[in-house]
Design a protein around this ligand. Sequence first.
Ligand code: ADP
Ligand code: MG
Length: 398
Amino acid sequence: MILPGETIGILGGGQLGRYAAVSARMAGYRVCVWDPDPESPAAMIADAHLREDFLSSLARDRFVDQVSAATLEFENIPPELMDRLSGSIRLSPGPLSVLTCQDRILEKSFLRKQGIPTVPYIVLETEDDVSAFVRSVLEGDQTAGSLFPAILKRSRWGYDGKGQISLTDVDGLMEEYRTLGSVPCLLEKRISLYKEISLILCGGKTAKPVVYPLIENVHVNGILHTSVAPARVDPELCTRAIEIGQSVMEALSHEGVLTVEFFIDQSGALLVNEMAPRPHNSGHLSLDSCGVSQFSQQIRILTGAPPIPPDLRGAAAMVNLLGDLWGKGEPDWSLVLSNTNARLHLYGKKESRPGRKMGHITLIAPSPDLALSEALALYQGIAGVNVTPPSEAPLPHV
Ligand code: ADP
Ligand code: MG
């Protein structure tokens, strides 16, 4: 076991790393954050900040020298670094999970191999692949044509909807492929969503992973806007989501926190969208509504302690606060601070940009409906704009 007093390393220094650092420090560990950003939100509260590029071998040696174990807050860690670190220190999660989740092509083929349903897609690795695909659509290939409307996604380095382009038909596919840099991509069918949900699992070396109650998510422009737990979905679907999550954990021998993002389509079918080998934005509500947060679990598992059943206390909703809200300067927080059911979180980022995650609010209430409507009302008060709660379309009969 890694004991308090020893140093935990965190790869990446955004808000997820910041919460991991807080959890580690609360438990008495020292923290070293590795992130090239001089204004990293996690480094602000760490004992040490390694402000170097992830490809620097000198930095890697310095990191390994000072930490007993390391975890990560984002999956885009260079594969060679994952390999080197896993050979030198305790690392959770390990390379298999991280490499699978950081590459959409690997991720989708992993899911397909496991027999887990996803949206229909094809892999486009080169311009030749794109030309051949365009030709097949123009020649009337039904399967190829049925992918539209579609989303072209870069296989690597995408987050918050970045590196994705929507296409109504095959016209312009080559141009958009070039816009993304002619790198390996997926072309996914854009499906009509009934709901999006996420599942957070925490697994150590032994025993079955513990799971948080399913979370229901709404994205706006590819960025998470609201999360509500427990998700308002059919219990059978919850059971299926947990079975899928557990089978993914097992197949990846995943040690640590794992998030599975699901789509529910209009026919009620459950599909896996993607996975993250780490705590997730949708799990931020665990900080205020559960006995143990996703970040405490991350640190516990890393240090060799077993994960704890999450113990959701009532319902909760979270709304992200993006940089857009800072258009006229710092928003007025008095409304949220004076509401005793609300919690305000700010990540300490000095520079606000549209789409940049600056903080979030969590609202605790007796039911998910109440939590969401009160959180959105509060958000509306902060934003000063009309925000319509997500529609409550009934699940079509299947
Ligand atoms: P990111 O890595 O940026 O989170 P995602 O693939 O999860 O990328 O896409 C972000 C969001 O865009 C999703 O949560 C969903 O709202 C929407 N989206 C992505 N792919 C599809 C799809 N095939 N059909 C419908 N909506 C999609
Ligand atoms: Mg996603």
